[in-house]
Structures are given as structure tokens and as C-alpha cells.
Design a protein around this ligand. Structure first.
Ligand SMILES: CC(=O)N[C@H]1[C@@H](OP(=O)(O)OP(=O)(O)OC[C@H]2O[C@@H](n3ccc(=O)[nH]c3=O)[C@H](O)[C@@H]2O)O[C@H](CO)[C@@H](O)[C@@H]1O
Ligand SMILES: C=C(OP(=O)(O)O)C(=O)O
Length: 444
């Protein structure tokens, strides 16, 4: 079984470069299949498990794809197939983002129903409401969602009940080839939405208002491939900012865009962390003592849910009582049990976690429950007494390129190892898992 082993106590120093954003690149790759003509080259594409899954989804749809040295090249000019099987959607919900482009381009899509995951039930009703408003008929059966339209989608006025990131992206991609104008209200305003809109516009779409609460899309007759560079990953940047702060370190996070990180910067500054903009990113200086703060996760520009677990690790070290309220996902406190194994004082009351600190954290064997939880446990290990062993690294690999290696380069005592099992039962269980993993990933 692979583990990340952390021995706490080292202060982080130096520079770390962030990758292109996972949550921007996945919709951008999905959008690339809108192009009936030409080849798109997408730059700054991080080598993440999710990117390889998306590559398989596109290949399965009959697009020609290559991915080398951070460049993802897509030629989707051949006739596309309509189906994304459960094999992919199960590994990564973002596979569902090909539904909008397929409907727009070929009028039909059959995608496996995503189902729930560790952080919540994650329905897709808002995506479907958008497609139906544009004239598509949607049917659910046998674990699949089938959407189709005779002729072209029709522009429509659509109000989202919640500013869902995925629904905003999926509907936006469908609307670029619709007949007439689509007005999308109460949409997500995340930087990743702006990144997608910029790519769509480079391909000849007419999308206005991305980054605000209302997006207006004038349908066009044809989309042509284009080159695009993905924005830096604000969540990876935030993860290193927290790692620097918790160790009283002094780190430059290269590529961090302050504008994308306002809510995190504000909260970390309230805690006493020194943050300054420098020419190539952000410099983070961790204080000797951290102050407790309250925070609530919200859609952008509110505090990002994807930074909640990492901030919990930081708040464990703060003096006093902090309250974290998770409003975006109903079940995103799975890491609390793992933090408790590291000797921390956290109470859960409904959607809030009440943290009393500072905690005298102790190393333990803990499991990543999702990608951000995994990163947060590694961060907690950086200031724990003794050795922390983090397992279930497949989650971390969905969202971080070489997390252990990058922390090591900053001076942390961190390594990723393949541990030989100590007894026969464990070895057998591990072999079984490895066999099923290799079956699941054999297409990657
Ligand atoms: C690949 C990607 O970009 N993932 C991000 C994206 O996920 P994702 O796009 O799945 O997140 P959404 O913004 O859609 O989900 C937010 C909330 O809305 C609910 N909802 C969503 C759609 C819908 O049709 N109905 C509905 O009720 C979800 O269950 C959830 O409670 O945004 C999340 C919220 O910032 C981030 O945590 C994820 O990292
Ligand atoms: C929850 C996340 O991603 P996804 O929506 O891909 O599961 C995340 O990036 O923290």
C-alpha cells in the first residue's frame, strides 16, 4: 500500500510553483469537443489522475487526443460517439461535463448517472433543468441519463436555484451552439468559469458576463478549435499557503493569483499570517502564534469549500475557538474523524465544526477521505509529534501533482513510500485492491 510519511517539525522555506488548475482544465477539455474544425492545444495541463480520466472519456467519444509535457491536444473533427460509461463517471464526476458539448454538437448524449460521493449526494438537477429549458428531452433509466434534441438547442432564460459550478459550465457549453440567446442567471462566478468562457470565446463563441452572476450567450453556427492556457490552480496554491503558515515558514507560492484567492488571504491574514504580493506570486510568512477565526464556505467570492479541510488543519494550531460552517456540501467533514486520531479537539454540530486550539497534534495512521482531506492530513503531519502516515493516496493524486515531492523540496520531512505489508491478511487485501485498481485504471 502506498503511503505518505510525514515527520513533523520542519519549517518550510523556498519557492513552490503551482500547476494549471484541475477545476479549470476539466471543463476546458470537455469544451474542446465542440470544435468541428481544427485542433486545440491546451497549455499548462497538470499530470493528474483526473486529466488522464478525461483523456479516456474523449478517446471513447472518438476524439483524437494526445497529452505530453503539459500540452493536451484535441482533434474532435471526426464523427463523435454519444456515450460516457459509468467506468469514467464513477472515477470522476467532471466526466458529466461532456453532456452539454455533445448535446450542442450532435444533439444526443448518454452519460452514466454520477451518483453520490464522499462529500455529499451531489445531484445534477440544475444541469438537466438547463438542457430541458433549451428544448432537450431528458430521460433517466438503467443508471444513465439520456438527453436529445431534434435539430438545434434553443436559446432560453435559465435561473439556477444554486450557483452550481458544474451546471453553469455544462449549460454554458450547450448554449454556445444554440439558436438564439441564452441568459443564465444566478450562475457560479468562480475564476474557472471565466477561464472556460475565454476558451469558448477563442473558439468563436459569444459568451459575455462570465465572472458575474449573469451570463449571456449568443449562439453561433460553428465552433473552431483554438489554443488556450489554463489558469493557475488556486486550491493547490492555497494548500501550499496553509502548509507554509502552519510551519511558521517563509515560502513564495509561484503563480498564485491574489485576485483568485481573496477569501483565503483575508482569513489567513485575520489569523495573523503575513501575506504579500510579489512579482511571481505570493509570499507567505507564518507567525509564531495563530489566532482563531470563524469561517463559512460559500460559492465564489465566498470562502471555497475546497480549502475547508486545509484551513481546519491550520485552525487546529490557533489559540482559542474557531467555527467552520460548511454550506456547500452536506457531508464534507469526513476528515474530522481522522484529525481526531491525531489528538485534536473538534466537535461537530450540524453543519459546523467547532475547533478548540491550539492542539498538541500527534502523528497517526490516517486515511484521505477526499483529495482535500488528504492534503489537510499531510499538512497536519507537518506540525505533529512523531510520524504521520497518510493512506488512500488515490484521492490526493486526483488533485495534486507530487504533493510529497513539492513539500520535501520546501524542507519538509515527507516521503511517499510503497509499504511492504506486515502480515499475510494485509498483503492479500492489498493485492486484491491493487488488482481491482489496475482493472479500473487499465484504460488510463
Ligand atoms: C471539477 C470541479 O470543478 N469541481 C468543483 C465544482 O464541483 P461541482 O461543479 O460538482 O459543484 P457544484 O457547484 O455543482 O455543487 C455545489 C452544490 O450544489 C449542489 N448541486 C449542484 C448541481 C446540481 O445540479 N444540483 C445541486 O444541488 C451540489 O450538490 C452541491 O451541494 O465546484 C465545487 C464547489 O465549489 C468544488 O468543490 C469542486 O471542486
Ligand atoms: C471536490 C473536488 O473535486 P471534484 O468536484 O472533482 O470531486 C475538489 O477539487 O476539491
Amino acid at each position: 500500500m502506498e503511503k505518505i510519511i510525514v515527520r513533523g517539525g520542519n519549517k518550510l522555506r523556498g519557492s513552490v510553483k503551482v500547476e494549471g488548475a484541475k477545476n479549470a482544465v476539466l471543463p476546458v477539455i470537455a469544451a474542446s469537443i465542440l470544435a468541428e474544425e481544427g485542433t486545440s492545444t491546451i497549455h499548462e495541463v497538470p499530470a493528474l489522475a483526473d486529466v488522464y480520466t478525461m483523456k479516456e472519456v474523449l478517446k471513447n467519444l472518438n476524439a483524437e487526443v494526445s497529452y505530453e509535457n503539459g500540452q493536451f491536444v484535441v482533434d474532435a473533427t471526426k464523427e463523435l460517439k454519444t456515450e460516457a460509461p459509468f467506468e469514467y463517471v464513477r472515477k470522476m464526476r467532471a466526466s458529466f461535463l461532456v453532456m452539454g458539448p455533445l448535446l450542442a454538437r450532435i444533439g444526443k448524449a448518454r452519460i452514466a448517472l454520477p451518483g453520490g460521493c464522499a462529500i455529499g449526494s451531489r445531484p445534477i438537477d440544475q444541469h438537466l433543468k438547463g438542457f430541458e429549458a433549451m428544448g432537450a428531452s431528458v430521460e433517466i433509466g438503467n443508471g444513465f441519463i439520456e438527453a436529445s434534441i431534434d435539430g438545434r438547442l434553443q436559446g432560453a432564460k435559465i435561473y439556477l436555484d444554486f450557483p452550481s459550478v458544474g451546471a453553469t459550465e455544462n449549460i454554458m457549453m450547450a448554449a454556445v451552439l444554440a439558436e438564439g440567446t441564452t441568459i443564465l442567471e444566478n450562475v457560479a462566478e468562480e475564476p474557472e468559469i471565466v477561464c472556460l468562457a475565454n476558451y469558448l470565446n477563442a473558439m468563436g463563441a459569444k459568451v459575455r458576463g462570465a465572472g458575474t452572476g449573469v451570463i449571456r450567450i449568443e449562439g453561433v453556427d460553428k465552433i473552431t478549435a483554438a489554443d488556450h492556457t489554463v489558469i493557475p490552480d488556486r486550491i493547490e496554491a492555497g494548500t501550499f499557503m496553509v502548509a507554509a503558515a502552519i510551519t511558521q515558514g517563509d515560502v513564495i507560492v509561484e503563480g498564485a493569483v491574489a485576485e483568485h484567492l481573496r477569501p483565503l488571504i483575508a482569513k489567513m491574514e485575520e489569523m495573523g499570517v503575513g501575506i504579500t504580493e510579489v512579482s511571481n506570486g505570493l509570499r507567505i510568512v507564518g507567525p509564531e502564534k495563530l489566532k482563531a477565526v470563524d469561517l463559512k464556505t460559500m460559492p465564489h467570492p465566498g470562502f471555497p469549500t475546497d480549502m475547508q479541510a486545509q484551513m481546519m488543519a491550520l485552525l487546529l494550531q490557533a489559540e482559542g475557538t474557531s467555527v467552520i460552517t460548511e454550506t456547500v456540501f452536506e457531508n464534507r467533514f469526513m476528515h474530522v474523524e481522522e484529525f481526531r486520531r491525531m489528538n485534536s479537539n473538534i466537535k461537530i454540530e450540524g453543519r459546523s465544526a467547532i475547533i478548540t486550539g491550539p492542539n498538541n497534534l500527534q502523528g497517526a495512521e490516517v486515511a484521505s477521505t477526499d483529495l482535500r482531506a488528504g492534503a489537510a492530513l499531510v499538512i497536519a503531519g507537518l506540525v505533529s509529534e512523531g510520524i504521520t502516515r497518510v493512506t488512500e493516496l488515490k484521492h490526493i493524486d486526483r488533485g495534486y501533482v507530487d504533493l510529497a515531492g513539492k513539500l520535501f523540496a520546501l524542507g519538509a520531512d515527507v516521503e511517499r513510500i510503497q509499504q511492504v505489508e506486515e502480515n499475510v491478511e494485509e498483503a492479500a487485501a492489498s493485492l486484491e485492491t491493487a488488482a481491482s485498481l489496475s482493472l479500473n485504471t487499465s484504460t488510463n
